[in-house]
Design a protein around this ligand. Structure first.
Ligand SMILES: Nc1ncnc2c1ncn2[C@@H]1O[C@H](COP(=O)(O)OP(=O)(O)OP(=O)(O)O)[C@@H](O)[C@H]1O
Ligand SMILES: [Mg+2]
Length: 167
């Protein structure tokens, strides 16, 4: 599958009514370099509508932050603005063509600590919301969300798995 086919597939996954596709539906795409991650980020930026919440999963160093950088950069946010929100917990990038909200749940003690950040306001904030380690605050996610799992398959290779989930 090339990037163009991926874009079509992702758009179909995101646009279809929930009932029209299976919970098991998953789209896989492997990149082999940082520049391919950037190209993938541009495709994802095009297909995701404002108001989408994206759960980013993958081990330390898998590339979650780097992927948010790729998507944000496609939206016009300068790359150096996008850094790991591990210590500040939430970052907002508003200098691009749409706001991007970037959470990292890695260091959160519990759901309450996440809820104190007021995530609902970001979810409905007219942009994209990315949450690294979102499985740690799963009960706080909206009913519908997109999950992207990143696995390292080589020095610069990464496998991306896309799912649309409903709780
Ligand atoms: N194709 C690629 N896509 C993304 N990152 C890559 C790729 N190839 C190499 N890397 C490197 O992998 C590292 C990914 O780090 P990043 O901070 O994005 O991971 P993370 O998943 O956010 O980790 P953490 O859980 O610690 O927040 C970076 O150093 C990046 O340069
Ligand atoms: Mg990170």
């Amino acid at each position: 599958m090339d990037l163009k086919d991926l874009e079509t597939e992702l758009a179909r996954l995101l646009a279809g009514r929930w009932e029209e596709w299976q919970r098991e539906k998953r789209i896989e795409f492997e990149v082999h370099s940082l520049s391919e991650t950037d190209a993938l980020g541009a495709v994802v930026e095009r297909v995701l509508e404002n108001g989408t919440v994206i759960s980013l999963l993958g081990t330390l160093g898998a590339g979650k932050t780097r992927f948010v950088q790729a998507v944000s950069s496609a939206a016009g946010v300068p790359e150096d603005e996008v850094t790991s929100p591990t210590f500040v917990l939430i970052q907002e990038y508003v200098s691009g063509k749409r706001p991007i909200f970037h959470f990292d749940a890695y260091r959160l003690k519990d759901d309450d600590e996440f809820l104190e950040l007021g995530p609902e306001e970001y979810f409905d904030g007219g942009g994209l919301t990315f949450i690294e380690w979102a499985d740690r605050v799963e009960s706080c996610l909206p009913r519908d969300y997109v999950q992207i799992r990143i696995s390292q398959t080589g020095a610069e290779s990464r496998l991306f798995e896309f799912r649309r989930l409903r709780k």
